[in-house]
Design a protein around this ligand. Structure first.
Ligand code: MG
Length: 374
């Protein structure tokens, strides 16, 4: 039960503008047709190309069979179907090379439907009102009920569609038309609005935006810090002074939670840690308030095109009790980071009286920050 894919790229469509046919123009760093081919990775793939584009197809350096297109789209597909003969192919998906954003879900729906039908293809019901028009004026309306916008891949049992193409004279709108002319049943499966066919120059900008959204660039960093107790009357934790019989010893205000969070953000950016940006050897940072460090890390993140998706700080100590102050800490951090409160978590745990935190020699903090490219 092998499913193969045929990607049609032999057309010369130049309505999209530019010097190259639309399927060979660049989209998000690679030719449109390369995106379409990638969607069918793992299947035997046949690419139909115009003779003028042979070098472009070879330059893709993909494990695909390149087949010359014919005089019509149907002739190109027939050539590709013939090229798959004798390879044990049971199902074939025929996809327009100018549809670079077909999803795995649409492909799976088509393949699955072929267990029950000789043909299956994705489509979307027409939701806009339909008009007839001439010379820029509406001349009539058209009932849209029962109308669909056809997409690809159009899938078929291989033997049936090969026979249909061999028997079909001349060109056809698509392979569903060829199949139906041969009496094959074609099932409609749900299409996808993003599975657009690049036709006009504006379509490229829309496609770029969709692809950018799909390639979410997420960076995660962690931070860990420890400060020892010393004499004092309170500890700074996540921007809040919590009354306590001791203070925390440190080069700055020793806000162990804020230090861990700052290092988590630097870590997500692969930008080292606080010590790299604010060397302890530099006297100007002696006693500096920790919000300076955190603000710097967040500014750096934004300068590099990232926004904070969320952060989570865990304070580890027996005392002072953090719970009553946790909401104030969240609010303080959110204000410094300039993000919504819901993106900031502060919680605490003890170490069951074990280790240095259990012996109340100091406080440890760990933090995670997730940054997302905007
Ligand atoms: Mg520290």
């Amino acid at each position: 039960m092998t499913t193969a894919a045929i990607i049609t790229a032999a057309g010369r469509g130049l309505r999209a503008g530019g010097d190259l046919p639309k399927q060979w123009q660049m989209l998000a760093g690679q030719p449109v047709v390369a995106h379409a081919l990638a969607a069918f990775a793992g299947m035997p793939r046949v690419l139909t190309v115009h003779p003028d584009d042979q070098a472009l197809a070879e330059a893709l350096r993909l494990d695909i069979k390149i087949v010359p297109g014919g005089a019509t789209r149907s002739a190109s597909v027939k050539n590709a179907l013939e090229a798959l003969a004798g390879q044990g192919i049971s199902k074939v998906l025929i996809h327009d090379g100018a549809r670079p954003m077909v999803s795995a879900a649409v492909i799976a729906r088509v393949i699955e439907a072929l267990d029950q039908a000789a043909g299956a293809a994705p489509a979307l019901p027409v939701s806009d009102a339909l008009w007839r028009g001439a010379d820029g004026r509406v001349t009539g309306t058209q009932d849209r009920s029962g109308l669909y916008r056809a997409q690809t891949p159009q899938g078929f049992r291989y033997d049936a569609i090969l026979a249909a193409h061999r028997a079909h004279p001349g060109d056809a709108a698509d392979d569903v038309a060829v199949a139906r002319a041969a009496g094959l049943d074609v099932t409609i499966v749900a299409g996808d609005e993003d599975n657009l066919k690049l036709t006009f120059p504006d379509d490229f900008a829309r496609a770029e935006a969709i692809l950018r959204g799909r390639r979410m660039d997420l960076r995660v960093g962690n931070g860990f810090d420890v400060h020892a107790f010393c004499d004092g009357d309170g500890v700074w934790l996540c921007g809040v002074k919590v009354p306590h019989g001791k203070a925390l010893l440190g080069h700055s205000d020793a806000d162990v939670g804020m230090h861990a969070l700052t290092d988590a953000i630097y870590g997500a950016l692969a930008e080292g840690d606080i010590g790299r940006h604010f060397p302890p050897s530099d006297p100007q940072w002696k006693g500096a308030e920790s919000h300076i460090f955190l603000r710097h890390a967040m500014r750096l993140a934004r300068a590099k095109g990232f926004e904070l998706a969320n952060c989570d700080v865990t304070l580890i100590c027996e005392r002072p009790k953090v719970g009553p102050h946790a909401e104030a800490m969240r609010a303080a951090l959110a204000a410094i980071l300039q993000v919504d409160l819901e993106r900031v978590s502060v919680k605490a745990t003890t170490s069951e009286r074990l280790g240095f935190t259990g012996r109340e020699e100091g406080i440890a903090a760990m933090a995670t920050a997730a940054l997302v490219r905007t």
